[in-house]
Design a protein around this ligand. Structure first.
Ligand code: TMP
Length: 240
């Protein structure tokens, strides 16, 4: 069994540890929640356990059922997971199916407005700059990843979207939008990394349109814990 040897990095929602195998890392999910680039801080009780379980379950499904390579290796505990060590491509890859959040402000359309097709956006991952939105030309000109990698990221992101929209529909959840991160392993394979959870997705109940995600924390809507538990319950059943 892998053990945490030394902390490599602490992010806003996760810590990353070195383990015995130099090609692997251990990710440890926290209950800490932040918004607005860390300006708002709080705790969502139970979030670490929920996000760990949901991410691992969804990544395994994406591997098996959609042919998406991921960094997932093995769930070690309620909060900890063994993953392949990667160099993170410094992009936040956002896929949108319905107008919400920053897109709503940018285009002046009400949240919930439908889109004619999915929208793919990229942000440059840099907290000090506030993760500014960039396009293919910036990515190519800055050398943040190769053209080949960028094309594969786009293909994977849209395939992940198709798969997850259909899957969540069966649970009575509309997948409004979400953020992905990708990494490159030592052997040069592009893999899905980071997490897929109510921290990084907008989930709306298909019938009531109730928000079941981190917007409850970002916007002080109350009972973020309950919303995260509800997503877990829909995925894993009533005993959760
Ligand atoms: P946005 O509408 O605020 O741009 O967010 C789009 C999606 O990306 C939404 O599902 C939340 C997710 N997201 C993150 O995972 N991390 C972030 O730092 C931000 C700003 C958004």
């Amino acid at each position: 069994m892998a053990t945490k040897l030394r902390q490599l990095y602490e992010g806003k929602a996760k810590k990353v540890f070195e383990c015995e195998d130099p090609t692997m890392c251990i990710v440890s999910y926290k209950d800490d929640a932040t918004a607005f680039n860390g300006l708002k801080k709080g705790t969502i009780r139970g979030k670490g356990v929920i996000n760990n379980r949901l991410t691992n379950y969804l990544m395994q499904k994406l591997e098996k059922e959609a042919g998406i390579p991921t960094h997932f290796v093995q769930e070690l505990s309620d909060t900890d997971t063994l993953v392949r060590k990667v160099d993170i491509v410094p992009l936040e890859v956002i896929v949108r199916n319905v107008v919400a959040g920053s897109l709503s402000k940018r285009v002046g359309k009400e949240e919930g407005t439908s889109l004619l097709c999915p929208v793919l956006e990229f942000s440059y991952k840099d907290d000090e700059l506030g993760d500014p939105m960039v396009n293919d030309y910036h990515i190519r000109a800055m050398g943040w990843c190769s053209d080949e990698t960028l094309e594969k990221i786009k293909e994977y992101a849209l395939r992940i979207n198709d798969y997850l929209v259909s899957y969540f529909k069966t649970l009575g959840i509309d997948l409004i939008d979400f953020k992905l991160e990708f990494g490159i392993t030592a052997d040069g394979t592009l893999v899905l990394a980071d997490e897929i959870s109510p921290d990084t997705c907008r989930f709306w109940d298909s019938t009531t349109h109730e928000k079941l995600d981190k917007d409850r924390f970002r916007r002080d809507l109350g009972d973020a814990e309950g919303a995260y538990r509800e997503v877990l319950r829909r995925v894993f059943g009533d005993n959760n």
